[in-house]
Design a protein around this ligand. Structure first.
Ligand code: SAH
Ligand code: SF4
Length: 392
């Protein structure tokens, strides 16, 4: 295989292998012990089928969709466009749930971290990061409980994969975060829009749980519900090359790529997935990414590790690698966690690195650490409760 030119058949075979592996870590079925079906996370077609099974017409799906995703309603009795007897029938068969917020911590910088517990007791974290200037912010969502990959600088990477999150659990994180800020249309029709952006940068590798992530994002983008534009969604990947094309074509969301090193020997060590999909293949996939040709920039994430990847030579190699890609480089000062093996680069090293990238014509913002005091910053997600659970 030529570097950067994965053969199409091989790519397809690799995709099938990845999706088969995904299935082994499937979330539990979305039916409660009492037989009721969770509606959150179902596609419109699936809701229509569920309704047909209880003898109801397809147009009801549109009504339900509006109540669930536009109004944020969890109680069938409050669906005023639906007559009382049908409300009761729906409540007999279905449920509109949310993950349980087992713990909510708010940082001194107003970042809020949620520990969500799902129906089977497994937990993942979600972070809301309010924008300092604007009256809105981003919700950082998890795609897996734990992670199969073990990037050396990442706290989540020290937790083995427990399981994938289902579409309901992925959308549910966003909806529960909205609940926490009372952000659904009020009876007078005013809709605060604090939670207006999604970043798939929480726990887990979203492209190793592609089907569930794609389904969840399709729901979130539906204009009759939450209605987030694909420009307001960013998917971050450590570089699952065969799935990047699919995500680009099917979802068209913004792409962030966790590059972190510009030489294969170093990237093999700190982002072990590089041994499977080396830098040349990864960069080629970025060049092919549809949104990039649409002048929507790809974000390259680069964690600044003192004495490891932060020299001026690294910066020069970085701009050579990404030359010609509409891109920006997000420099992330390393966020330490208990027992972490690295230190954050010095301010001087970060400034020099950023200047080289900037001089080459790429914007190079340094990501301000948010929520470090509550272990909510990039790469810090993982808790004691999950560790015990994962080990048990
Ligand atoms: N699994 C995906 C998304 C989750 S991680 C991915 O790896 O892209 C979100 C970002 O935080 C990634 O760029 C990741 O490399 C970075 N990150 C992980 N640990 C970090 C740490 N300790 N300090 C700073 N950034 C970190
Ligand atoms: Fe997983 Fe991303 Fe952490 Fe790597 S950086 S271990 S891919 S969550």
């Amino acid at each position: 295989m030529n570097a950067g030119q994965m053969n199409a058949d091989l790519t397809e075979a690799e995709r099938i292998r990845i999706l088969a592996k995904t299935a082994r870590f499937a979330p539990p079925p979305a039916r409660l012990a009492d037989g009721r079906r969770e509606l959150v996370g179902l596609s419109r077609a699936e809701i229509i089928a569920e309704l047909a099974a209880i003898g109801e017409k397809p147009f009801r799906a549109k009504q339900l969709w509006h109540w669930i995703y536009h109004q944020g309603t969890t109680d069938f009795c409050r669906m005023s466009s639906i007559a009382r007897p049908l409300q009761e029938k729906l409540a007999e068969h279905f449920v509109i749930g949310r993950p349980e917020a087992a713990e909510v911590l708010t940082s001194t910088d107003a970042t809020r971290k949620f520990l969500f517990r799902f129906r089977d007791g497994q937990e993942a974290e979600t972070v809301y990061i309010p924008d300092r200037q604007e009256d809105r912010g981003a919700v950082c969502i998890s795609s897996q409980v734990g992670c199969t990959l073990s990037c050396r600088f990442c706290h989540t990477g020290t937790q083995t994969l427990v399981r994938n999150l289902g579409a309901a659990e992925i959308v549910g994180q966003f909806m529960a975060a909205r609940d926490s800020y009372g952000e659904w249309p009020s009876p007078r029709g005013e809709t605060p829009r604090l939670l207006s952006t999604i970043v798939l940068m929480g726990m887990g590798e979203p492209l190793y749980n592609y089907e569930n992530v794609a389904k969840a994002m399709t729901i979130v983008m539906d204009g009759e519900g939450i209605g987030l534009s694909r420009r307001r969604i960013t998917l971050s990947t450590s570089g699952v090359v065969p799935m990047m094309d699919r995500a680009g074509t099917e979802l068209g969301v913004n792409l962030a790529v966790s590059l972190h090193a510009v030489r294969d020997d170093l990237r093999d060590e700190i982002v072990p997935l590089n041994r499977k999909y080396p830098i040349a293949d990864l960069i080629a996939a970025c060049r092919r990414y549809p949104a990039a040709s649409n002048a929507r920039r790809i974000t390259f994430e680069y964690v600044m590790l003192k004495g490891i990847n932060d020299t001026e030579a690294d910066a020069r190699e970085l701009v050579r690698l990404i030359a010609g890609i509409p891109a920006k480089v997000n420099l992330i000062p390393f966020n330490p966690w208990p027992g972490s093996p690295y230190e954050t680069s010095t301010q001087g090293a970060i400034d020099r690195f950023a200047a080289i990238v900037m001089d080459a014509g790429f914007s190079s913002p340094v990501r301000t650490p948010r929520g470090r005091d509550i272990l909510a910053a990039c790469g810090q997600l993982r808790t004691e409760s999950r560790r015990e659970r994962a080990v048990a």
